[in-house]
Design a binder for this molecule. Structure first.
Ligand SMILES: [Fe+2]
Length: 189
């Protein structure tokens, strides 16, 4: 088979499985090991092969590459259509997001209260940047609160590598203006 030398999503999934096993629960280690590989694999046009197309979740089309049986690793691309930004949300797990198409305005927040008031969080905006293909950022709790919005009139795409199956995960959405926190479950964003 001809090879272009491009690092493929299948190679990445193998490496990610190994890294998760080897890290034995050390989330920082997994993220540090996998970030350079995500930076390579976001250039693989094989990400958009129709064979990976999966059911949309929460109205967002997806390409799914791997779900570990025990839910400890999930690798997929989400298509973000214009005019449908995500709420501000967390994942409550380690993650790497790599933009692989289009332009994504990405806001990242830090929680600055002590968490003592149920249903309430004070957030500080850390950064808000428009990211293009090749941009990769880690998410590690408690600094995993973010929001994604497509810029322009074409969809944007990002690879999500997460230490949990978000379809099974209970997590939160935030209103930075009022501080209100709402628990959610099972939404792939
Ligand atoms: Fe997210």
């Amino acid at each position: 088979m001809a090879t272009t030398g491009q690092y493929t999503i299948d190679e990445f999934v193998s490496a990610a499985k190994e890294a998760v096993q080897a890290a034995n629960g050390n989330r920082q280690q997994v993220v540090e090991q996998l970030q350079p590989l995500v930076e390579k694999v976001v250039w693989d046009d094989g990400l958009f092969d129709e064979k990976y197309r999966a059911e949309p979740e929460n109205g967002r089309p997806r390409y799914l590459y791997h779900t570990e049986d025990d839910g400890s690793l999930m690798v997929y691309v989400v298509e973000f259509v214009p005019g449908m930004p995500t709420p501000v949300h967390d994942h409550l797990t380690w993650g790497l997001i790599g933009v692989c198409g289009g332009a994504q305005k990405t806001a990242r927040y830090q929680r600055v209260d002590d968490g003592s008031k149920p249903g309430h969080a004070d957030l500080k905006l850390l950064s808000e940047t428009v990211l293009n293909r090749g941009a990769v950022y880690p998410l590690l709790p408690p600094n995993d609160i973010h929001r994604i919005e497509t810029v322009g009139d074409q969809p944007s795409y990002s690879l999500h590598v997460l230490g949990v199956d978000l379809g099974r995960q209970h997590r939160n959405i935030f209103d930075p203006a009022t501080g209100e926190v709402t628990a959610i479950a099972g939404q792939g964003m």
